[in-house]
Design a protein around this ligand. Structure first.
Ligand code: PMP
Length: 292
């Protein structure tokens, strides 16, 4: 089956899908995006993802080109046309096409692109053994709360991690405190069993998975501290893990050369991982019941 992309109101074969060379997303990274997980054909946490998309657009003063309802319909159509059962839907919006010039165009017309593809399930080994994180300086701008397509520092950090045999890069600010991963939020569990993750600010992307895991942790009665933690604290922690739309909740068992605790995924991490998978399952069941 051939893949289909959505480009500004049209469903086109993926291979032929293209934007104009003067799309400001292409020339200035002047745009935002969202990635939602598709699980059993359902979009996970769609509401919070669309809220964040609207917020990113607002912060950059890019106009929302369609109603939320229409957006939601098109997302479903793209998933359907690509027969995606388990995978992702990608939505990108940029500040239009205009002769290359830094100021906003006089009449900007937001450009919309969507793609959806299947993703193979994570290797079970990741959950069972955990993954490695490499710490690197955070060289990004001061508005990491906006989900902008300007991802060059994230790309370079992820590549450096992969070249070092690590799954993720943990970015570290000038004070030696971890901000987040290159495409995930970073968490630790302290020796006295407190969950710690950096509070939402301009320094991190407020992950939708992060928010879901905070809710699940509260539901479990776990103690949670939203505060920064240092690399040293993380290396001496009882557990560490990352969260994201595509990684879910993934144990981190090594940071740089330091093995975390006994080198095995921690029990709270595994509990939250299991709860998060159930959270995804619950949504697909609820939606199926609604449409039955
Ligand atoms: N931080 C960054 C920098 C990211 O790119 C992502 C993934 N988009 C996350 C955190 C995790 O966010 P989410 O849980 O919404 O996928």
């Amino acid at each position: 089956m051939s893949r289909i992309a959505y480009v500004n109101g049209r469903y086109v074969p993926h291979k032929q899908a293209a934007v104009h060379i003067e799309d400001r997303g292409y020339q200035f990274a002047d745009g935002v995006y969202e990635v939602c997980a598709v699980w059993n054909g359902h979009i996970i946490d769609e509401g919070p993802h669309l809220d964040r998309l609207e917020r990113s657009l607002r912060e950059l003063r890019i106009g929302m080109p369609m109603s939320r309802q229409a957006l939601s319909l098109v997302m479903r159509e793209v998933i359907h046309r690509n027969a995606v059962d388990t995978g992702i839907i990608y939505v990108q919006m940029t500040r239009g096409v205009a002769p290359r010039d830094h100021p906003f165009p006089a009449i900007p017309e937001t450009q919309v692109v969507m793609t959806s593809r299947r993703i193979r399930p994570q290797p079970a080994k990741f959950g069972e053994d955990g993954v490695k994180a490499l710490t690197l300086p955070d060289i990004r701008w001061e508005r990491c709360d906006i989900k902008s397509v300007s991802l060059l520092p994230n790309v370079l950090a992820k590549q450096a991690a992969r070249e070092a045999g690590a799954y993720e890069a943990w970015l570290v600010d000038d004070d030696g405190l971890v901000t987040e991963g290159s495409s995930t939020n970073a968490w630790i569990v302290t020796r006295d069993a407190k969950l710690v993750t950096r509070s939402a600010s301009h320094a991190i992307l407020n992950g939708i998975t992060r928010l879901a895991v905070i809710e699940l942790a509260r539901g479990e009665g776990l103690q949670l501290e939203e505060r920064p933690f240092s690399v040293a604290e993380a290396k001496g922690a009882r557990e560490a893990f990352i969260t994201s739309t595509t990684s879910f909740v993934l144990p981190v068992t090594q940071i740089d050369d330091q093995v975390i605790a006994n080198g095995k995924p921690g029990s709270l991490t595994l509990k939250l991982r299991q709860r998060y998978m159930a959270h995804m399952g619950d949504q697909t069941r609820a939606e199926a019941a609604e449409s039955a």
